[in-house]
Write a new protein. Structure first.
Length: 317
């Protein structure tokens, strides 16, 4: 018969094993995401998806990125889905000279002069009148820094792979979430809009336009928690999604900002513009510029008015 001392020792051993297993499980949940840092910028070029063999060969997204195409009804324009229900693969591929009759859906786009593009890849979307009313690229992040974060410094490029004559134009808007299902708009500093084009042609050299976005997202992220980003592709206004532009996201860079409060809650601070010569004529504010691309940098957070939208089944603030 076991002694009382032996039973106590065994009980302590079992409790210790359960505690250790719980810690391992918790660590796995937090670590199963892009680990944020305040000193080393996370960078994702999507080049690892490679060049597919055909236009309908599936591609696998980088770890902790997912995509969806909301296609039930036009009520889903400008709507963000959920990270948990999204996919880890991309069904289509494209590059230069994307057809005016190209299928709607989620694309592994490639830059260059050939139909499937070269080694420089990007994740994008194309709407039609019957499907892909919204497309979303999601990223799951984790704060394992050991302290709270007051926000993120985020950079990415929005690339245009096909023109579109839809009068409303198309755009990419960044959203964020603490649970991957309830989303808040990151505001106008993370909105990239394109005005309508004269036709629905592709580009001989793709992408035909590139807009660089760099700004600070103010959001409190507690240590040991996950955080989510979503780039939403959709028509700028209304519910007509025919004659769509094909847009993509590329060259994502994310750096954590240490602290327990926003770096600039009022959104004030100095700003400066940088102008680059080149072919790109569309800017993140949706305006046209002749012969140059304009990019706005603001120090100490982002400004703009707080606004509240109700879009489809998702409410964003």
């Amino acid at each position: 018969m076991p002694t009382s001392v032996g039973l106590i020792a065994r009980s302590r051993l079992v409790r210790g094993a359960i505690l250790a297993l719980s810690l391992v499980t918790f660590s796995y949940v937090v670590l199963a995401a892009i680990s944020l840092s305040t000193s080393a910028t996370y960078e994702q070029t999507f080049d690892g998806m490679g060049i597919p063999a055909t236009a309908t060969t599936a591609s696998t997204l980088p770890a902790d990125f997912r995509v969806d195409a909301l296609s039930t009804s036009t009520a889903q324009v400008r709507t963000v889905g959920t990270f948990s229900a999204a996919l880890s693969t991309v069904a289509r591929a494209g590059g230069a000279a994307l057809s005016s009759s190209a299928s709607n859906g989620i694309y592994n786009f490639g830059a260059g002069t050939v139909a499937l593009g070269g080694s420089d890849r990007a994740v994008g979307f194309l709407s039609s009148g019957s499907a892909t009313f919204s497309g979303n690229l999601y990223a799951q992040l984790a704060n394992n820094t050991g302290g709270g974060l007051s926000g993120l410094q985020i950079s990415y490029n929005v690339e245009k792979y096909r023109m579109g004559s839809n009068a409303a134009g198309f755009r990419i808007q960044l959203f964020y979430s603490t649970d991957g299902s309830t989303w808040t708009s990151a505001g106008s500093n993370f909105l990239t809009s394109f005005a309508a084009d004269a036709n629905n042609n592709g580009f001989a050299t793709a992408p035909g336009a590139t807009v660089a976005v760099t700004n600070t997202l103010s959001a409190s992220i507690a240590n040991g928690t996950n955080f989510y980003l979503a780039w939403n592709y959709s028509v700028v206004s209304g519910t007509t999604t025919t004659n769509a532009q094909a847009l993509a996201i590329d060259d994502v860079a994310i750096l954590g900002i240490a602290g327990n409060s926003p770096t600039n809650p009022a959104g004030t601070g100095s700003g400066q513009s940088e102008h680059r010569t080149g072919r790109q004529l569309d800017t993140a504010d949706g305006r046209r510029h002749t012969g140059h691309q304009s990019r706005q940098h603001r120090s100490g957070g982002y400004g703009g008015s707080h606004f509240h939208w109700r879009l489809g089944h998702t409410t964003v603030s």
